[in-house]
Design a binder for this molecule. Structure first.
Ligand SMILES: [Fe+2]
Length: 173
């Protein structure tokens, strides 16, 4: 591979890292918006609080990887991809079944992140940034764990929501 091709690959990798940094910030906002409202779903609130902390650490890991490339963090502009923006908007919408809709959005969001970290691992390999592998794998594992947790709670959350709504109780949050 020529030097200019290597440079190009490194640019693609760096821009992938920057995009994921923006996604992490979006994830933190999305979860923080939900977590304070989840009074009737305390297990979900606890799991989300943990994932907010994980997401902060994931963002910090990306900053550390980027520092390797002399791209100053202050000049780093977080650009948002429209898909993520749309999912966040779904999460934001106040609906009667807010907790159920947010579950769909969070499930989609985690899978977006799983795809992104899988792609970043490939780009790190292509850019010969072997030192990045363990950080990216740790974040990928956390996203997969969160996605599994959400998947495992779709049924319970739906039942709790529908039963509370049917009893005329506050149900959606
Ligand atoms: Fe994340």
């Amino acid at each position: 591979m020529s030097a200019s091709q290597s440079d190009k690959i490194q640019q693609i990798y760096i821009s992938g890292l920057r995009n994921q940094h923006a996604v992490e910030n979006q994830a933190i906002e999305l979860l923080e918006r939900q977590v304070g409202r989840l009074e009737n779903y305390p297990e979900m609130a606890d799991r989300m609080r943990r994932h907010i902390e994980e997401s902060r650490e994931q963002a910090r890991r990306i900053e550390e990887l980027l520092s390797h490339f002399d791209t100053s963090h202050s000049s780093m502009k977080d650009t948002m991809m429209s898909l993520v923006g749309n999912m966040a908007a779904i999460g934001h919408a106040a609906a009667q079944d807010e907790v159920v809709k947010n579950t769909f959005a969070n499930f989609a969001f985690e899978h977006f992140e799983i795809a992104s970290y899988t792609s970043l691992l490939t780009l790190a390999d292509m850019a010969n940034h072997t030192a990045a592998r363990s950080a990216l794998e740790t974040s990928l594992r956390e996203e997969k764990d969160m996605a599994v947790w959400i998947a495992n709670h779709i049924e319970d959350t739906t039942r709790r929501y529908a039963e509370r709504a049917a009893q005329g109780m506050q149900a959606g949050v």
